[in-house]
Design a binder for this molecule. Sequence first.
Ligand code: ACM
Ligand code: ZN
Length: 511
Amino acid sequence: MKKQAVFLIAFTAVVDMFAFGLIPQPQQMKRNGGEFEIQGHSVEEVAKSATFERDVTVQPEGYAISVTEKGITVRCSDEPGAFYAVKTLEQLGRKTEKGTVVFPTVEINDWPAFRWRGVMLDEARHFFGKEVVMRLLDLMAAYKYNVLHWHITDDQGWRIEIKQYPELVKYGAVRPCSVKYDTNAFYKEQHKPLFYYNNEKYGPYFYAQEDIKEIVEYAKARHIKVVPEIELPGHVRALLAAHPEFSCKGETLARIPRCAWSIEDDVLCAGNDEALAFFKNILDEVCELFPSDVIHIGGDECPKVRWEKCEKCKARIKAEGLSGTKDLQAWIASYFARHLSKRGRRTAGWDEILNGDVPKSAIGMCWRMSSSAGAGDALVTPQLAAARGYDVIVALSPYCYLSRNQGLPDDPYPYYTYTNPLSLQKAYSFDPLAGLNESESRHVIGSQACVWSESIWCVFDLEWKMWPRALALAEVMWTYPKDRDYAEFRARAAKQRSRLIKKRVNCAPLD
Ligand code: ACM
Ligand code: ZN
């Protein structure tokens, strides 16, 4: 073929992608130049009324779309595939002024690069409520995310009703103050905005079990699995507000959750058998509420200062033959991972949980790039986790934490951290398999956008920080690096931004 012809085909493909603005970009797409036009109420309605055929040769979650002048046919082997075909068609179609719906004639073959395409939402620091979560689930579905990792317990808030222990929300879902940032004043040298304690009661805010069931069902209808994170043994100050007897200090601990951000020294007493039994009961109730095959137990950032001085914790270390408090954190993760295994669930946890002998069914969520992050525990990189035989979700903080400053010249919202901004381009440059060999890569089941909410107070702020960067990460999780080109993505992202703004999503500028 002549050079010009090759160039023209390549150029046409790029222009087509740009014109449609599809995100994530399909694996294979060919435009035929024509259009399918039909009388229809809406693009969504016409997309759903395509002809669907079962084809077992199509990959899990994948689909093939054929739009001809006569109509739309979809082939897929499972329900998520059919659902994602509709999501793609919703981005392809447009409503005309004549009241018709028009689709370009195309042939698409598409499938995801990773099977775990997550968004983590922190509702412990700030609570957004059912409507915001449902709106988020709709947006996640539009871009083919399939896991909501729901961070609903932490030092600053316990946001899930547990029927056996109603005092958890009574004491844990309300705090007497919060840290607030001044958006105009910065401690430049600390890369942090100026902050103050506002002394305003925050809460009680929590999800009743009926709300949770509704959210889980809503997510399921969009092929999204809800994975709750019930943090232990650190990040439990809100739980200890309700049950100070399960801290190493016992009943003397104040009955209020933490008001400040960052890490709390008071953690679960790992030597207290009653504390372990109590936590098992909580996890059992959580398993009843969440059908997910995976339950997240946190496991990150656990300071050891209380354990060092606690007689019960010292006795546990001796009885279990551990070398010291640093092993206690991994021991407790293993303890609960084994409990969840008996309930038929896999345990997920931040990378720190893999420092002991958690069952190989556990999933490591790798977030750190250095052991100086967190509470200084030994770093378990994606490579190390995979080499130890664990499945891995790669959610490295510099690329995946949307709570990071996005480096915009003009930004009305404050961020928790201003070091190493995470721009749209940097998010798009992320490769979850970077540095891994083939056998290690097989352990990587996916990645995740993480939205920590220390500095996020409302839905506008939340959406501003999520979008458009969550568009970039959606494509990172669906496609392969060889097919990614930032300039071309950026053009599509601009189209998607207009669509998001039309839906009244508070999407930030691209840069
Ligand atoms: C984390 O960012 N502490 C997982
Ligand atoms: Zn203790």
